[in-house]
Write a protein of this length. Structure first.
Length: 153
């Protein structure tokens, strides 16, 4: 039985399709699956939440944020290592994700995106009626009728 795993698709695409805007600094992130959703945690310390922009277009999720440089009057900088400017990250999302139900939360300098599985991608049981009794078969994410005589209900 083939089970649809959009996380495997996301992992495959992350390796080849993670891109950054040429003029933007890279944003570090963590990505994991938790039950029936994927969670992306992106470090954005010091970023004004109002500057965070998240778009999804043609299965490409883009996160942009801006950290403005600190102005300290006439100070003479001795060390200035904290990056400022526009930060961007793009993820190409696999099939089977509910991109219309993505949720975003920003707390303690971390942007958390929750991307649920689409309903049609979740495994479900289909009852098959056959002569001589009922059998239960599992079908993972694909619609269709079971094998043998009878029909799907």
């Amino acid at each position: 039985m083939t089970v649809l795993d959009p996380f495997r698709e996301v992992e495959r695409l992350l390796g080849s399709a993670l891109r950054q805007s040429p003029s933007a600094a890279l944003i570090p992130l963590d990505l994991y699956r938790s039950g029936e959703e994927f969670v992306v945690k992106i470090d954005l310390p010091g970023v004004d939440p109002g500057s965070i922009d998240i778009d999804v277009e043609d299965r490409t999720l883009t996160v942009r944020a801006e950290r403005r440089p600190q102005q300290v009057g006439e100070a003479q900088w001795l060390v200035r290592e904290r990056p400022a400017g526009t930060f961007a990250r793009q993820l190409t999302l696999g099939q089977g994700l509910a991109v219309d139900r993505i949720q975003a939360n920003y707390a303690d300098g971390v942007l958390t995106l929750t991307i649920p599985l689409a309903e049609e991608s979740k495994p479900r049981k289909i009852q098959v009626t056959a002569s001589g009794g009922q059998k239960s078969i599992e079908q993972g994410g694909q619609q269709g009728s079971g094998e043998g005589s009878g029909h799907a209900q």
